[in-house]
Design a protein around this ligand. Structure first.
Ligand SMILES: *Cc1c(COP(=O)(O)O)cnc(C)c1O
Length: 484
């Protein structure tokens, strides 16, 4: 293969793709199984021309993609990217370095140390935090739960196992992400020992701090060993935000580790006016957010901040003889570390480069402007829907995320199952239509539509168009309902 030729072709393909993505249906409109069925059942024994491979990319793959970089992608959460990030990913792929030790790529390690400190300053964490770039928030939260487990066991869990230890307990509200459940399972603590603490309900859905303390006290009295609290800053379902200061206060009194999961919302902390949401964070032990969600940086790129890196590396660090770097003093020189000791996998991609490209290419103020616009447009649409008699705002906007449902006049007073079914049909109609893409959640028994703004190229017009599409399709559906 002529690398230079096809590398240019890939660059052109990418630029063309981003030029036309706005005209494509946001969610793939494919029949399940059709792409699988169209692919050869066995691999080719002999070389195929790149022309044929690229042709199949266009005819087979592209129509089956859901376009996360579509400006009218309002589903799930953003996983935004940006031109400088894509370019950096491209050269990262060309170098294809393993960045597990300082020695295996000094520049990758030293840039990572700098970038994590740039991010720390950008989101307003004190300089008592340092950190590492992980592959996902799931990995960071897993590392946090393991560290909490080892801390409370005096670092004996890794060696002696958990069988002869008192029963460990972890606390989180029901609004936290399923990655917390997964971390508690994988840590050997066991899912039954993840205590789902009640929330205070509307409008914050924050963990009830008094209930947290009561649960810890009761568990201690029962001979169990409380280890950690996972606070949620911008829960995935409706954006619930815990009272971090209140949680830290309880945890401190009882000797628990506090991890803050701000995977999505953390990026917005680059705007000082939103930092009220994380009040008290300086007392937490670790904090995670994903630049690969809302900070214009390709997946994967998770910023994992810790106050005491020694407890993290004592938990995850292993140094077999073949990984030893000869003649290098441990931790003495700034930026010189072996980051594999900070994470679950040994192998590590060079993830800092894309952050460096993004932050330098935009400058922090332009990144703040984008996030402020997303928040403002989302809140503008939320207010518009709240004022419409055929819609209800179910949960208020948290940054750029809110939930709503349609309550057409013809269904006034209908049983809640009927209204739920109507909204389920509405989500399906919206996504089959293809102009916008939204997803749903169930909140207090109601089927609700989630709406978040966060794609890099989204404009105010895109957000307002989403409002008209939703109203138009809800009307159509309600007319069917009347005819039925
Ligand atoms: C997206 C999300 C996660 C999971 O992030 P990954 O990086 O995909 O593991 C965890 N917690 C919250 C609050 C999220 O929004």
């Amino acid at each position: 293969m002529d690398f230079r030729h096809w590398a240019h072709k890939a660059a052109d393909w990418s630029a063309d793709y981003l030029d036309k993505v706005r005209s494509l249906p946001v969610r793939a409109q494919t029949k399940p199984g059709s792409i699988h069925a169209a692919l050869p059942t066995s691999p080719p024994e002999v070389s195929e021309p790149m022309e044929a491979i690229f042709a199949d990319l266009d005819s087979l793959i592209l129509p089956g993609m859901t376009h996360w970089q579509h400006p009218r992608f309002f589903a799930y959460f953003p996983a935004n990217s940006s031109p400088p990030s894509v370019v950096a990913e491209y050269v990262t792929a060309a170098m294809a370095a393993q960045c597990m030790l300082w020695q295996t790529s000094p520049a990758a390690t030293e840039l990572e140390a700098r970038m994590i400190d740039w991010l720390r300053q950008m989101v307003g964490l004190p300089d008592s935090f340092t950190g590492v770039i992980q592959d996902s928030a799931t990995s960071a939260t897993f590392a946090a739960v393991l560290t909490a487990r080892e801390k409370v066991l005096g670092f004996t869990g890794n060696t002696a196992g958990l069988a002869s230890q008192p029963q460990l307990r972890v606390y989180a509200s029901a609004q936290t992400h399923s990655s917390v459940d997964k971390a508690v399972r994988m840590s050997g603590i066991g899912g039954d020992n993840l205590v789902k603490v009640a929330t205070s309900g509307s409008p914050d859905y924050a963990m009830d701090v008094a209930a947290l303390e009561a649960a810890i006290v009761a568990d201690k009295a029962a001979g169990m060993l409380p280890a950690a609290v996972i606070a949620c800053l911008g829960g995935t379902s409706i954006g619930a935000c815990d009272n971090v200061a209140g949680i830290v206060d309880v945890a401190r009194r009882h000797g628990l580790y506090v991890h803050v999961d701000a995977a999505w919302a953390g990026a917005a902390m680059i705007c000082p006016e939103f930092r009220d949401l994380m009040r008290g964070v300086e007392g937490a032990d670790s904090f995670v957010f994903n630049p690969h969600k809302w900070l214009f940086t390709n997946f994967d790129c998770t910023a994992h901040f810790v106050r005491d890196p020694a407890s993290l590396t004592a938990t995850l660090g292993l140094k077999p003889p073949f990984l030893r770097t000869l003649g290098q003093g441990e931790g003495a020189i700034p930026g010189v570390t072996d980051y594999n000791e900070w994470s679950v996998p040994l192998g590590r991609r060079f993830r800092a480069l894309k952050l460096w490209f993004v932050i330098r290419s935009y400058g922090v103020e332009a990144l703040r402007t984008k996030i402020r616009q997303h928040v403002a447009w989302s809140q503008e649409l939320a207010a518009e829907l709240a004022a419409d008699p055929e819609f209800e705002l179910v949960t208020r906007p948290v940054l750029s995320l809110f939930t709503f449902r349609a309550v057409p006049l013809v269904l006034r007073g209908a049983p809640s199952a009927t209204i739920n079914a109507f909204n389920e049909a509405l989500v399906k109609a919206i996504n089959d239509d293809g102009r916008i893409y939204v997803t749903q959640t169930v909140h207090e028994g109601q089927f609700v539509i989630r709406f978040q703004v966060g794609q890099t190229e989204t404009t105010r017009d895109d957000v307002m168009t989403a409002g008209s599409v939703v109203r138009e399709l809800a009307k159509k559906l309600a007319a069917k309902e009347t005819a039925a």
